[in-house]
Ligand binder design. Structure first.
Ligand SMILES: [Zn+2]
Length: 167
């Protein structure tokens, strides 16, 4: 997995029943894992599942860039549905997409925005852009580089929605 040489971010930690175990995808490890499955996202946007031992190895070799708290929270105590378990093995990207889409966003889409809030909209967008850029730069990541752009734009959008909601 050439990808592990770049930056990565820990998305979440999952657990599945032993008979639904998956394979660790770290550098040809292929060890069966079912507890503390670390889902990480590489610089390229690729997502992989790795065991806790391999995660420690990965973290050691990326001491300066690794973020230790999972972005989407630790879900190892949350029971996954059958569908989610099969997605983990077949389409981890899709599973992560489900975890990242907050139900609150639907509420925002459905409610009418007042005119004073509309005037603030541009300012909010600019603020979200600025804060997210700062966050990336602090991690030593240039959000304009290919491979980061999609992720950066997603995070800006998420933050913008949050700011909008907190108004
Ligand atoms: Zn492993």
């Amino acid at each position: 997995m050439r990808d592990t040489d770049g930056y990565f971010e820990l998305l979440t930690i999952l657990e599945v029943p032993k008979d639904k175990r998956v394979r660790c995808q770290y550098r040809g490890c292929l060890h069966p894992i079912y507890k503390q499955i670390h889902i990480i996202r590489h610089a390229s946007g690729a997502i992989s599942c790795i065991g806790s031992k391999c995660y420690s190895l990965l973290k050691e070799s990326h001491a300066l860039t690794a973020v230790t708290a999972p972005l989407l929270g630790d879900r190892s105590s949350v029971r996954l549905t059958e569908e989610e378990i099969s997605l983990l093995a077949s389409n981890t990207e899709e599973l992560i997409k489900r975890f990242s889409s907050a139900p609150e966003l639907e509420e925002i889409k459905n409610c009418k925005v007042g005119s004073s809030q509309l005037r603030n909209d541009k300012a909010l967008k600019a603020r979200a852009l600025e804060l997210t850029r700062q966050k990336f730069m602090t991690k030593g990541i240039d959000p304009d580089l290919p491979g980061w752009k999609g992720w950066f734009e997603r995070e800006v959008k998420e933050l913008y929605e949050q700011l909008k909601k907190s108004q």
